[in-house]
Design a protein. Structure first.
Length: 94
């Protein structure tokens, strides 16, 4: 099952709700939250649940510059690492 809600403004609160759903066994295989004002707190919420979501093969957080280094590091932690997520992490150019 896929959930694609890019550029809808769902923000960190939705990430916390999605994290609860993932920990509860939601069978998502793809999650696209691009351009939704997700910050470090939202990324960290998702990161806490990714270990409980083995079916999730794609997580897109592009165009969410608020994720920042803290949120990106939490998503790249070995307990949550999935190579498919890395291309969709937000990047910031100086």
């Amino acid at each position: 099952m896929s959930l694609h809600v890019p550029f809808t403004g769902v923000g960190d609160g939705a990430c916390a709700a999605l994290a609860r759903a993932l920990r509860g066994g939601a069978a998502l295989t793809s999650l696209d939250l691009a351009g939704n004002g997700v910050g470090a707190a939202g990324a960290e919420s998702l990161a806490t649940a990714l270990g409980a979501a083995p079916r999730l093969a794609s997580l897109c957080l592009s165009a969410n510059s608020g994720v920042g280094p803290r949120g990106a590091v939490s998503l790249c932690h070995p307990a949550t690492h999935q190579a498919a997520w890395l291309p969709c992490l937000p990047t910031h150019s100086p």
